[in-house]
Design a protein around this ligand. Structure first.
Ligand code: ASP
Length: 318
C-alpha cells in the first residue's frame, strides 16, 4: 500500500511535510491527520484555522474541528474560544468519552481537564483585519481576501442596504478550512478538519466542519471525504456523507465529488461568492478533489514528495 496525505488548500505542505515521515515509517493514518492538523492550527500565519484564525463579528475567534476513521470512531468539537487544537480535542473526545460532539463551555472544561494548553487565539494581524472590517469592509485587502462576503450581523440588518453590502464585500475571501485525509501502509484511511469558520460570522454560528457527515465523513468500507467552503451549502446536502455514499455505490472519488457539486448547483441559488470543494479517497485508495469554482487547490504528499495542484474537476467557469 502506498501511503499518502491529501489536504485542502495550498497551505497544506506545512502540515503534510510534518506528518509524512511518521506515516511513511508505518504510522497510522489517524496519527498523520492529527499531526498535520496540529501543525497548521499552530501556524499563526494561517488566518482561517487555529491560532490566528479570523474572528466573528464581535472580534472573538471560535474554532470547530472533527476527526474520524469510521462511523463508530469519530469525535468533534465546536465553538471553542481558548484552545488552538480542535482536532486533538476531538480525538480525545472520541477516545475517552461515550460522546461524539462537545461544544462551547463544556468542551472547554473538557479540554482543561484533559490538560490542553489555553491560549490567546486572536493574533494581532487578525485583530487588525477585523478592525478594518468593522470600520468598513471595503478597506480589506481584496487581493488577499478574495471570493467571499462577510456575513452581516443580524442586529445590523435594519437600515442597511444588504444587497449593496454584499456587492461591496464580494471580493473578500474569509474562509478556508483545513481538511486532511490520509491512507496508511495498512490501507486504513482517516480524516480530520479544523477551522475558525466563516470570518466575521454571526457570533454563535457553527458551520459544517464539526458536524459528522457534513465537513467530514469516513467509513473504511466505502471511503473518506472532507469539505471546505461555504458551510451552509455543504450542510444542506450532507456533503461529505453524500460523497462517501456515492463511492459506496460504486462511483469513483472524482465522480462522487462531481455529482455532489452538481447537487449543490441544483439545490441552491448560487451566488458568486459561494465556493465549495471536496477531497475524497475511495476504500481502495483512489483519490480526487473537485471544486465548485476556480481558486481551490489541494496539497498531495506521497513518497514522491509534496505537490500543490489544481483540483481534478471544477464545475463552474468563474
Ligand atoms: N466550511 C467552513 C465553514 O463554513 C469554512 C471554510 O471551509 O471555508 O465553517
Amino acid at each position: 500500500m502506498h501511503p499518502f496525505i491529501l489536504t485542502t488548500w495550498s497551505f497544506g505542505p506545512v502540515g503534510n511535510d510534518a506528518a509524512a515521515p511518521g506515516l511513511f515509517a508505518g504510522g497510522s493514518a489517524l496519527d498523520a491527520v492529527t499531526n498535520a492538523a496540529t501543525v497548521i492550527e499552530d501556524d499563526p500565519a494561517i488566518d482561517s484555522v487555529g491560532v490566528g484564525g479570523l474572528p466573528d463579528a464581535d472580534g472573538e475567534v471560535t474554532l470547530d474541528g472533527a476527526v474520524m476513521t469510521n462511523p463508530s470512531a469519530c469525535g468533534a468539537v465546536a465553538f471553542i474560544k481558548h484552545y488552538p487544537n480542535p482536532v486533538q480535542i476531538a480525538r480525545r473526545i472520541m477516545e475517552k468519552t461515550i460522546h461524539i460532539t462537545l461544544a462551547g463551555e463544556g468542551a472547554e472544561r473538557f479540554a482543561a481537564r484533559e490538560g490542553f494548553e489555553c491560549r490567546q487565539l486572536l493574533s494581532e494581524s487578525s485583530k487588525d483585519v477585523w478592525e478594518k472590517w468593522r470600520k468598513d469592509p471595503r478597506t480589506i485587502d481584496r487581493d488577499k481576501y478574495k471570493g467571499w462576503l462577510p456575513p452581516i450581523n443580524v442586529e445590523e440588518l435594519e437600515g442597511v442596504d444588504v444587497q449593496q453590502r454584499r456587492l461591496e464585500a464580494r471580493e473578500m475571501r474569509t474562509h478556508d478550512t483545513v481538511s486532511i485525509l490520509a491512507r496508511d501502509r495498512a490501507g486504513a484511511i482517516a480524516g480530520a478538519c479544523s477551522t475558525s469558520g466563516m470570518a466575521f460570522k454571526v457570533p454563535g454560528r457553527v458551520g459544517d466542519s464539526p458536524i459528522i457527515g457534513q465537513g467530514l465523513y469516513v467509513d473504511q468500507q466505502a471511503g473518506a471525504a472532507a469539505a471546505t467552503g461555504t458551510g451552509e451549502l455543504i450542510t444542506g446536502v450532507c456533503g461529505s456523507f453524500l460523497v462517501v455514499e456515492l463511492m459506496r455505490r460504486g462511483a469513483t472519488p472524482a465522480d462522487a465529488i462531481t455529482e455532489t457539486l452538481k447537487r449543490l448547483q441544483q439545490r441552491y441559488d448560487l451566488v458568486e461568492e459561494h465556493q465549495v470543494a471536496f477531497i475524497a479517497i475511495s476504500a481502495d485508495g483512489d483519490w480526487a478533489t473537485g471544486a465548485l469554482r476556480p481558486g481551490f487547490r489541494h496539497t498531495i504528499t506521497d513518497e514522491a514528495g509534496t505537490r500543490v495542484e489544481d483540483p481534478k474537476f471544477v464545475l463552474l467557469k468563474s
